[in-house]
Design a protein around this ligand. Structure first.
Ligand code: AR6
Length: 183
């Protein structure tokens, strides 16, 4: 585990499964339909049960899903977290189509939604670096750079990145080292 303090917030990098984290809110790397998929999205819906999809469906019917870079919030169903924040990362297509800014908006909007809903502890997966093929080293810099910038504005106790593989944890650790100095 890697841990640094940014203002009043503890920023942690851990390797693990986001669905088992004991935090107020977990973030889902969803798609714009909000109606489920594979990867972390599939794991969250499997673990949380049908209550999550029911709320996603309501949002889908009300506002037509969720555009890339935006975020919405639902129950976490049977998961230990209280809420799931669903955000839609960009599909990587070389980096020249606004992918870094869109990815940064996922983190910004998710943190704003967390704070607006009174969540004190929030866990993120590595958004866009699976099915959406964003290179993990580049994504890690955007993710950590954005979160560290945002933490000046937000009243949160902990932001945790839950990386599924050792390789991803190493990429995030290297990015944190570059951005924040020796952790
Ligand atoms: N806990 C933490 N991280 C996980 C877990 C888990 N249980 N499972 C997978 N990961 P992806 P994307 C990691 O593909 O690239 C879905 O079908 C995974 O190893 O879940 O944003 C959606 O519906 C990778 O590092 O999300 C969308 O259609 C990271 O989570 C699309 O995939 C993200 O991989 C979104 O693609």
């Amino acid at each position: 585990m890697i841990e640094v303090t940014i203002g009043r917030t503890t920023l942690r990098l851990v390797q693990g499964d986001i669905t088992t984290q004991v935090v107020d809110g977990i973030v889902n790397a969803a798609n714009s339909t909000l109606l489920g998929g594979g990867g972390v999205d599939g794991a969250i819906h499997r673990g949380g049960g049908p209550a999550i999809l029911a709320e996603c469906r309501e949002i889908h019917d009300r506002q037509g899903g969720c555009p890339t870079g935006e975020a919405v919030i639902t129950t976490a169903g049977a998961l230990r977290a209280k809420k799931v924040i669903h955000t839609v990362g960009p599909v990587w297509s070389g980096g020249g189509r606004g992918e870094p800014e869109l990815l940064a908006r996922c983190y910004r909007n998710s943190l704003a939604l967390a704070e607006a809903n009174g969540l004190r502890t929030v866990a993120f997966p590595s958004i866009s670096t699976g099915a959406y093929r964003y290179p993990v080293g580049k994504a890690a810099r955007v993710a950590l750079g954005t979160v560290i910038e945002e933490l000046g504005e937000r009243d949160l106790d902990e932001v945790r990145f839950v990386l599924f593989s050792r390789n991803d944890l190493d990429a995030y650790a290297a990015a944190l080292d570059d951005i924040a100095g020796d952790p």
